[in-house]
Design a protein around this ligand. Structure first.
Ligand SMILES: Nc1ncnc2c1ncn2[C@@H]1O[C@H](COP(=O)(O)OP(=O)(O)OP(=O)(O)O)[C@@H](O)[C@H]1O
Ligand SMILES: [Mg+2]
Length: 186
């Protein structure tokens, strides 16, 4: 055996992200527990308005729906219990200070089905669109959007990476980062 230590070695599928300060349209944060993720979502939701699109990406159980619940609350949706993963119907709608479309594309078989769902209309129309498993319809996403990549860290911890796509979305991400850090006294 020449390199026994290489036997169990796997090529890393994801390189460690460098720590990024808010200010570049990318902000990374770690949350401890679902309540903290939901709280972060609420602060973020308070900053969104007509036409905002948020793409939520991450494995099963990474916290996309928990974050969406918070975002909906921040958008004035009063009954947060209403905000559940729309896995079977694919799209839920909630009325807050704006209309919120919550889309879950996990069960989407092919991108064309996204068009059948009228995804383009939500996205380009008024209201806010939150899309879980947005990576399934890359061509339907607008250039101006915030992507949130959620990663499992431990049973109670998640890493969230907010990426602003487009100028306004980058500014939004930076403001969110600054706001959160200020709130936490960092
Ligand atoms: N820091 C955390 N942030 C968010 N969720 C957490 C955290 N720690 C533990 N959890 C738990 O992880 C689970 C996240 O579930 P959630 O339904 O939000 O995932 P999801 O990404 O929407 O999955 P799916 O792809 O199946 O829709 C919940 O059970 C929640 O309690
Ligand atoms: Mg979900």
């Amino acid at each position: 055996m020449i390199f026994p230590s290489l036997w169990g070695w796997k090529f890393p599928t994801e390189f460690p992200m460098r720590e990024v300060e808010p200010g570049e349209g990318i902000w990374e944060v770690q949350t401890k527990g679902p309540d903290q993720t939901q709280h972060l979502g609420r602060i973020f939701g308070e900053m969104l308005g007509q036409g905002s699109v948020v793409a939520l990406r991450g494995d099963l159980g990474s916290g996309k729906t928990v974050l969406a619940k918070g975002i909906a609350q921040g958008l004035g949706v009063e009954d947060e219990g209403e905000v559940t993963s729309p896995s079977f119907v694919l799209v839920n709608e909630y009325q807050g200070r704006v209309l919120v479309h919550h889309v879950d594309l996990y069960r989407l078989q092919r991108p064309g089905e996204g068009e059948d769902l009228g995804l383009e209309e939500f996205i380009s129309g008024p209201g806010v669109t939150l899309v879980e498993w947005a990576e399934k319809v890359p061509s339907l996403l607008p250039e101006e959007r915030v992507e949130v990549h959620l990663h499992w860290v431990s049973p109670g911890e998640r890493k969230l990476v907010f990426v602003g796509k487009g100028r306004a979305a980058k500014d939004l991400v930076d403001s969110l980062g600054h706001k959160w850090r200020k709130m936490k006294g960092e």
